[in-house]
Write a protein that binds this ligand. Structure first.
Ligand code: MG
Length: 258
């Protein structure tokens, strides 16, 4: 068990990071406060393991991560003092909740003729196209392309609700579920951020440790319900400024309770 005072599970794009430019500057002070006060910030994102490991560095976080919409949970640097994130050991998934990416991509190819419009999935995009659609740097796009479980895709034109339910049923026959993220559609095995969050709460943290979660999209809803308090960013107030405000208020509330 990790001895921390509180745990904050946070979505990244559109939540801790600005939707447009990936800035987290307005949340910097609050992140420092979290560290000072023993509140562990756990990135819980549709980003890949490789991307999140880079973000841990950028944000100076020592924390576990939950990658690809809850498909993998990595206990990070802290389990029994072993530095799993060190270069020597690399980082293997501690817990895998989902089917591998090869099977997801095979299902898309098998169904491509039945899908109305055009699905452009990551597996078919060139690196330049990934950069164009995400606004990521070259280095970050390389990491985003390193997928373990979850396949993001664009769908043009936007499907009608009838088309959406028909295609969802086709994918369900392969045991796959579609969700809508902030930027892309996602297709993966039947798992959800909430499953990994519940596993991590039970496995890494002492019972009764206060938990907060923040997210901005339908793929965050399960996670928001799996903790003591869930915060859903609204469309016109997404991103790090609101993140900082909500986290500060919550930390203030914990102090008052003591
Ligand atoms: Mg998001």
């Amino acid at each position: 068990m990790l001895s921390v005072r509180a745990v904050i599970f946070t979505d990244m794009d559109g939540t801790l990071l600005d939707h447009a430019d990936y800035s987290w500057a307005p949340a910097k002070k609050t992140l420092a406060r979290c560290e000072r006060e023993g509140a562990m910030v756990v990135p819980t994102s549709s980003k890949t393991r490789a991307e999140l490991m880079l973000w841990l560095k950028k944000l100076s976080l020592r924390a576990p991560i939950i990658s690809e919409n809850g498909a993998g949970a990595f206990p990070g640097t802290l389990t029994e003092g072993v530095k799993l994130f060190s270069d020597e050991l690399g980082c293997e998934p501690a817990m895998v909740f989902c089917v591998p990416i090869e099977r997801v991509r095979a299902a898309i190819e098998a169904l491509r003729d039945k899908i109305p419009g055009e699905i452009i999935n990551f597996g078919r995009m060139t690196l330049e196209e990934i950069i164009e659609h995400t606004g990521l740097s070259h280095e970050e796009a390389l990491l985003a392309a390193e997928r373990d479980f979850d396949e993001p895709f664009l769908w043009k034109p936007e499907p009608t609700s009838a088309e959406l339910s028909e295609v969802s049923m086709h994918f369900a026959e392969y045991g796959l579920v579609m969700t809508r993220g902030g930027r892309f559609w996602h297709l993966m095995g039947g798992c959800d951020k909430s499953v990994a969050v519940r596993w991590m709460k039970k496995t890494l943290f002492a019972p009764g440790t206060p938990t907060l979660a923040l997210g901005d999209a339908p793929n965050d809803m399960g996670m928001l319900a799996a903790v003591d308090k869930g915060v859903l960013m609204d469309e016109d107030d997404r991103g790090p400024k609101r993140w900082a405000r909500e986290v500060s208020l919550w930390l203030d509330g914990l102090k008052e309770k003591k």
